[in-house]
Design a protein around this ligand. Structure first.
Ligand code: SF4
Length: 250
């Protein structure tokens, strides 16, 4: 009996986590509402809640939640190994990505492929996604309200994939992930942070490397730290910073 109660509690907690991922951790879900909805799910025998990338994609649908839907050609959901240890997150799709509906497939994407291969992985062994899933017009930065609408789906992807490390590609991706303008990529790159319980390594965007090839050396230094951490998860986090002190460093 006790076992079945624990089982029910686990399912309830999984469902609550899914709601938090979908609507944001700070959304106030009243106890009464949760109880009522949970009862409905129990009545419909639908409490076996296990989220998946497929469900997340289905729920995203032909999304019109933010203004970015208006000019997109394709939603770029993300792709790769659903159990990847390593996940790369950029700010949003560019022109080629929008046309093909796949992340990082333009010139910057080809460079990212080379970085991934140099790390000893194939592209399909990692997972690649973006903070927003539709191309911002003229590649402008995503607006905070666009990030707010889209990021619950990134949260769900992270929860499903459970990566050991997320690499944030570029200043804009990092600012969107951390919800701050007050951070400088040059100050924090190469230093592990925490993001939703996952180690986050900020580094330069491959598009920046195309414009500024000498910075490839720094990105490679950052990726060496990622590789070392993936090989030995117990090793100390070299140069770890917390977000607050990183922002003060600006
Ligand atoms: S960017 Fe995200 S939230 Fe906005 S329309 Fe596209 S999929 Fe929907």
């Amino acid at each position: 009996m006790r076992g079945s109660n624990t089982h029910a509690t686990n399912k309830f907690e999984q469902w609550k986590e899914h709601l938090q991922n979908t609507y944001g951790k700070n959304t106030l879900l009243s106890k009464a509402w949760l109880k009522k909805e949970w009862k409905k799910l129990q009545k419909n025998n639908a409490t076996n809640y296990n989220d998946s990338l497929e469900k997340t994609r289905q729920d995203l649908g032909d999304c019109t939640r933010c203004n970015l839907h208006a000019k997109r050609t394709n939603i770029v959901f993300g792709e790769g190994n659903p159990h990847a240890k390593l996940m790369f997150v950029g700010e949003g799709p560019g022109e080629q990505e929008d046309i093909q509906g796949r992340p990082f497939v333009g010139r910057a994407g080809q460079l990212l492929d080379k970085i991934i291969e140099a790390m000893g992985y194939k592209r399909e062994e990692v997972y690649i996604g973006n903070v927003v899933k539709c191309r911002p017009p003229s590649n402008r930065q995503p607006e905070p309200d666009e990030v707010a609408k889209c990021e619950p789906f990134l949260f769900r992807q992270i929860t499903c994939i459970k990566p050991e490390i997320i690499v944030a590609l570029g200043a804009t991706a990092l600012k969107c992930l951390l919800h701050t303008e007050d951070i400088k990529i040059s100050a924090v790159r190469g230093k592990f942070m925490e993001y939703r319980g996952v180690k986050l390594m900020p580094t330069y965007h491959p598009a920046y490397l195309l414009r500024n090839p000498p910075a490839k050396k720094e990105v490679w230094e950052d990726m060496k730290k990622v590789m070392a951490k993936l090989k030995d998860p117990g090793s100390p986090l070299v140069g770890q910073v917390d977000c607050a002190s990183a922002q003060q460093d600006k």
